[in-house]
Design a protein around this ligand. Structure first.
Ligand code: ZN
Ligand code: ZN
Length: 143
């Protein structure tokens, strides 16, 4: 596991990136800057932390569900998802949350449907995990 100080930092500029925008929290009305993947790439299954806005995307999960997306595959993935450095755990069914009030931006799909969801959402400050732990931390620079 990399130490936080060595973690790669990535900046997206809201003015230049069409996939950056603000979500408004329906609960506390705070606007939450976030990046949403375009859905054009072949992004595979991704999962959010139970306690924070970090997310994980692993190529091995993508391979696993290449031919079949069912309960067995979902269970296999669930069993191997790591803990998040915040103390939470990456799990199917978790969602990005409002950084202020923790309101969950709920997803309509079931856990199995969500294996095919091409849209990953990273809220400002979230860390994306990969096969071997944290890969980078995202910062959204306002317009
Ligand atoms: Zn809120
Ligand atoms: Zn976490």
């Amino acid at each position: 596991m990399q130490k936080k100080s060595e973690l790669k930092q990535v900046e997206y500029h809201a003015a230049e990136n069409p996939h950056v925008g603000d979500f408004e929290c329906p609960n506390c009305t705070k606007s939450v800057p976030a990046w949403r993947s375009s859905g054009m790439s072949d992004l595979g299954p991704h999962f959010y932390c139970s306690d924070c806005n970090n997310a994980i995307f692993r190529q091995s999960d993508q391979k696993l569900i290449w031919e079949k997306r069912g309960d067995d595959e979902l269970q296999k993935i669930t069993e191997t998802l790591p803990n998040c450095d915040c103390g939470g755990r990456f799990k199917p069914g978790e969602n990005p949350k409002c950084p202020d009030c923790k309101w969950e931006f709920k997803h309509q799909g079931s856990a199995i449907e969500r294996l095919s969801d091409p849209h990953l959402i990273l809220v400002d400050g979230a860390i994306l995990y990969g096969e071997d732990g944290p890969e980078y931390q995202l910062h959204i620079i306002a317009k």
